[in-house]
Design a protein around this ligand. Structure first.
Ligand code: ADP
Ligand code: ADP
Length: 239
């Protein structure tokens, strides 16, 4: 069964804008999918719908066979635990250490009070440390997050998602605030999660060059519809 499946998904915003228009899409386990399209095409709407940061208006979205559209309470939390998020602005707690930022992602809804009272186990800390080694930040463990460069901060958020150990990673413009060289490096770490840990990755990208280099499969989005699905080398200029 597909890891992510959209069945006739439509999202209409309250003002009448169609963010997504009757989308059908299957993404299999282990795929590295890049979503491209102009600003306003519907890329963020697609990602926000997949993990239900926002509700869709019609259709159904299945995560590893389970409907996230109709899930409630504990079932919804369990599905969401399998989905890691990477954001353009890193979403780190700026004044906290790198280690604490990685740990806070791991423990789900206990995170706030565990973090407040320092209730992280030695095992949790070891896992976080190992994740930081994977993104080559082992020497920054106790540095405050806001003292790192943009690229380093994004690597912290990648380590955080690694300790969460999700089946799926959704990355919404993960490189938009980085220079081209740093952007490429961040994409390489995302690719590492995909190749070494088998995580299914869906990333929205502005950069066609990065999409061409990293997307095994590229989705071209326009006006809430998928107008291209294939290899980037064949992508029409219209996307
Ligand atoms: P990006 O294009 O970088 O993904 P955003 O997701 O913030 O930027 O916004 C994309 C488009 O959606 C913009 O044209 C913005 O005006 C519009 N938009 C975002 N939020 C709203 C909103 N709450 N109401 C109306 N339009 C919105
Ligand atoms: P992208 O990520 O490709 O820039 P979005 O998914 O942000 O595109 O936006 C798709 C369409 O939905 C755009 O027309 C945008 O203006 C609109 N949109 C996005 N968010 C909102 C919102 N909260 N309210 C109303 N319209 C929105």
């Amino acid at each position: 069964q597909p890891m992510i499946q959209l069945k006739n998904v439509t999202k209409v915003y309250p003002n009448g804008t169609r963010g997504l228009n009757n989308i059908n899409l299957e993404i299999n386990k282990g795929e590295f999918v890049v979503v491209v399209g102009l600003s306003g095409a519907g890329k963020s709407t697609l990602l926000r719908s997949i993990n239900r940061l926002q509700d869709i208006s019609d259709g159904d979205i299945l995560i590893d066979g389970q409907s996230i559209t109709h899930a409630k309470g504990k079932a919804l939390r369990n599905i969401r635990r399998d989905i890691g998020m990477i954001f353009q602005n890193f979403n780190l707690v700026k004044r906290s250490s790198v280690l604490r930022n990685v740990l806070t992602g791991k423990v789900g809804y206990y995170s706030a009070w565990k973090s407040t009272f320092n209730l992280f186990s030695a095992e949790d800390k070891q896992k976080a440390y190992e994740a930081l080694q994977q993104v080559d930040l082992a020497d920054k463990v106790y540095v405050r997050a806001d003292q790192l460069s943009g690229g380093q901060q994004q690597r912290v958020s990648i380590a955080r998602v690694l300790t969460q150990n999700p089946k799926i990673i959704l990355a919404d413009e993960p490189t938009a605030s980085l220079d081209p060289k740093t952007a490429k490096s961040v994409m390489q770490y995302l690719k590492m999660l995909n190749q070494e840990y088998g995580m299914t990755v869906v990333a929205n990208l502005h950069s066609v060059e990065l999409a061409r280099e990293f997307g095994d499969r590229v989705l071209g989005v326009k006006s809430g519809e998928i107008i291209y699905d294939g290899k980037m080398s064949e992508t029409p200029a219209a996307v």
